[in-house]
Ligand binder design. Structure first.
Ligand code: ADP
Length: 267
């Protein structure tokens, strides 16, 4: 049994499909990346898996159970979701936001925090290096710091599956790497299943087992990165010409943009 199984998913907004029959599987300890151009439906797909999309057809199973029959609390016990960073609506402190991860699958908020809860919050803040500013308000943080707080909240939730929507988008190069290295450690050492929507191919290739290329709401290619990445696939999915090189230490493909074709005189 897979932790997450999506079969023939059709999903969208106002009864208009954005995804047209998407299927995927994520097993325990697997790292899966969904890549594709802007507007290809990556975000819609990861939101649909969270039951956050109004219009959905097809099947989504979590640990073999139909997503639409599970209680919100039961979903939160299985999947922690890291949304894209946005402006905060409520101004909680960093520590309060991370602590929310512990409440999400409790039947009542009034149970109070146990020692285990406090330890999980502390460890999540330590792993994401936000302990130093745990008393700060969310509104006082940069986009990158906020991103790490959201990842910490998901870690504190302590679920078998982590789903992240563009986790690198507000991070500098150093933190992009650190976040992916942290995700890899969680996958290898704690057996977590990781599903990321990511537009930066070079960033996710070295970390994922399985890569899914999405284009206009359909899966264009799926498989191990080294098996499916070619100039032809990148051209088909992103509509651009690239150069491919093999990274000598990992043996994995690396993609370089070709800039000369689009050079224009600047007056
Ligand atoms: P990606 O994450 O790959 O950039 P999205 O899933 O955000 O793509 O968007 C896919 C399509 O769905 C786009 O055409 C976008 O305009 C549309 N879309 C996204 N969110 C909404 C929404 N809330 N209401 C209506 N259309 C939406």
């Amino acid at each position: 049994m897979r932790l997450l199984e999506v079969e023939n998913l059709v999903a969208g907004y106002n009864h208009l499909p954005v995804l047209h029959g998407v299927s995927l599987k994520v097993g325990a300890g697997e790292f899966v990346a969904i890549c594709g151009p802007n507007g290809s439906g990556k975000s819609t797909l990861v939101k649909a898996i969270q039951r956050l999309i109004p219009f959905v057809q097809g099947t989504i199973r979590l640990e073999g159970q139909d997503l639409f029959r599970l209680k919100t609390r039961e979903i939160a016990a299985r999947i922690a979701y890291v949304p894209q960073v946005s402006e905060p609506i409520f101004d909680f402190s960093v520590e309060e936001v991370v602590t929310m991860g512990r409440y999400l699958h409790q039947s009542s908020r009034f149970q109070g925090l146990s020692e285990k809860d406090r330890a999980a919050v502390k460890q999540a803040m330590h792993l994401t290096e936000i302990s130093d500013f745990r008393k700060k308000k969310i509104s006082q943080l940069s986009g990158g710091e906020r991103q790490r707080v959201l990842i910490a909240r998901a870690l504190a939730q302590d679920t078998p599956i982590l789903v992240l929507d563009e986790p690198s988008s507000h991070l500098d190069l150093n933190f992009q790497l650190q976040i992916y290295q942290l995700l890899k450690r969680l996958q290898q050492e704690k057996g977590k299943a990781i599903l990321v929507a990511e537009h930066n191919l070079n960033l996710c290739i070295p970390y994922c087992h399985h890569l899914i290329f999405l284009k206009a709401g359909r899966i264009e290619a799926a498989g191990k990165p080294e098996e499916i990445i070619s100039r032809e696939t990148i051209r088909q999915v992103f509509g651009i010409e690239v150069e491919l090189r093999e990274n000598i230490s990992t043996g994995l493909p690396e993609i370089s943009l070709i800039h000369s074709a689009s050079r224009r005189e600047i007056k």
